[in-house]
Design a protein around this ligand. Structure first.
Ligand SMILES: Cc1cc2nc3c(=O)[nH]c(=O)nc-3n(C[C@H](O)[C@H](O)[C@H](O)COP(=O)(O)OP(=O)(O)OC[C@H]3O[C@@H](n4cnc5c(N)ncnc54)[C@H](O)[C@@H]3O)c2cc1C
Length: 412
């Protein structure tokens, strides 16, 4: 197809997921661009969520840092309250231990002086509200898919599959795990597959969830129950591929029995209330986050195990960090300058690698069924349970409030 139009922007973002949209909002609402022209290229624009239907199967546990960033972008307060639920406690326990007993660890927001430990938010509602806010901020939405990238000294040109060309000072790749843009930039990745699928669905439970996120670490993989506002819980059950196929194939009643057993009966009998979705799991990290005039963020840069519900939260920290770096670069001739982007790369790559390694280590530690390791693990959990200082540190990290936190998230 012929090249039909040349469009000029300050920043072109590839990927209209939550992170691409939030980045677009931040650039415009914080007036980080020289001429205020930001485009988001997406191959799948978000659709309006039908609120009279059931919750979307995708839900996200969102940290305090993420809440603050979404507030800054005007997204948080517009989320439909029926699709947001705060959780106040978290209980994790070893497969061989007991919830709130030996070999378990409990976090309570009251013990750390916080109103809650985070929120569970419906993915579809979040995505839609991000889109509304990006539109309101003035982002130009372009439906299309990336085909080629040409990095120049003064600008970068993105060619779409239909031949359109977009030129900008900076290109942001927010196009997810399989990021085409990352590949076009010839940035390699490392990591490994977990050979597990995460099964996701909503369940009714015999006992109330008590606004608590429950997680049992089994040697076959972690099983989490995230409390929803309507009394149900959303499960994320990570199991080996063949077990996942089996669990998807059995009837809902047998699935409920298997789930009740795997949960150790913590919430009594479980009943599957929806269909199941399944996601292959891997650890993946991009070898570089930046090229002259281009950066990666979110899953395009790092993919972590969902056992702590951190992927999107880490990506939102990427957005805040990039906004800070670009803000600091304002007044420079070109804010897409490689030196600034390298600062973002050093900052976020080190933070994300620490998080990815910690989550990978936890997954390995808890999937090891060697009796000595299991005993050590249970003793470790019980020991941390008796150390309020350590628990507070862990909770602050999970809330996204410790580590090298971007300035814009400290001041609200
Ligand atoms: C089972 C499971 C549970 C999880 N739970 C949590 C949780 O509780 N909390 C949390 O923080 N994280 C969680 N995560 C992680 C989270 O889902 C991801 O980190 C997050 O969705 C990544 O967002 P993203 O915007 O980078 O990518 P995506 O959400 O994948 O968005 C990428 C966007 O780019 C578009 N796109 C792709 N290719 C192109 C192209 N070539 N051209 C144009 N557009 C393109 C796509 O259509 C999409 O809109 C979970 C993950 C899994 C698997």
């Amino acid at each position: 197809m012929s090249r039909t139009r040349l469009n000029e922007f300050d920043v072109v973002i590839v990927g209209g997921g939550v992170l691409g949209l939030v980045m677009g909002c931040l650039l415009l609402t914080r007036k980080l661009c020289i001429s205020g022209r930001v485009a988001i290229v997406t191959d799948q624009p978000a659709a309006a969520p039908p609120l009279d239907t059931d919750w979307d199967l995708r839900v996200f546990a969102m940290s305090r840092a993420s809440e603050r960033l979404l507030k800054l972008c005007g997204i948080w307060n517009s989320l439909p309250q029926a699709r947001v639920s705060a959780y106040e406690r978290m209980c994790v326990w070893d497969g061989a231990g007991r919830p709130r007993g030996a070999g378990s660890l409990t976090f309570d927001c009251a013990q750390i002086g916080e109103p809650n430990l985070g929120h569970i938010i419906e993915g579809r509602a979040l995505q839609w509200q991000c889109l509304q806010s990006a539109r309101a901020a003035g982002v130009v939405l372009i439906e299309g898919a990336a085909a080629s990238v040409a990095l120049g000294d003064e600008n970068v040109t993105l060619e779409l599959k239909d031949g359109r060309e977009l030129r900008s000072e900076l290109l942001v790749a927010a196009d997810g795990t399989e990021s085409t843009t990352r590949q076009l930039l010839e940035i390699g990745t490392a990591g490994h597959a977990y050979h597990q699928d995460a099964l996701v669905g909503h369940v009714k439970t015999e006992k109330p969830h008590e606004n608590t996120a429950w997680q049992r670490f089994l040697s076959t993989g972690p099983l989490a129950f995230l409390p929803l506002g309507d009394g149900r819980s959303s499960i994320v059950w990570s199991v080996a591929r063949d077990q996942a196929s089996h669990l998807r194939a059995i009837d809902p009643e047998r699935f409920g029995q298997a789930l009740t057993e795997a949960s150790g009966g913590v919430l009594g009998r479980c009943e599957l209330a929806t269909t199941l979705a399944s996601f292959p799991l891997k650890l993946q990290y991009a070898l570089d986050y930046a090229r002259p005039r281009a950066v990666l963020l979110g899953d395009a840069a790092h993919v972590v195990h969902p056992l702590a519900g951190q992927g999107l939260n880490l990506g939102l920290l990427d957005c805040a960090a990039l906004a800070q770096v670009l803000g600091d670069a304002q007044g420079a001739a070109h804010f897409g300058d490689y030196r600034h982007l390298r600062r973002y790369e050093r900052w976020r790559r080190s933070e994300n690698l620490v998080a990815a390694a910690a989550l990978d280590g936890l997954e390995r530690l808890f999937s090891n069924s060697e009796p000595k390791i299991a005993a050590l693990r249970a003793a470790g959990l019980s020991a941390v349970e008796r150390m309020p200082f350590m628990k507070r540190r862990f909770a602050q990290r999970a809330l996204g409030l410790s580590g090298d936190v971007p300035e814009i998230l400290k001041t609200i």
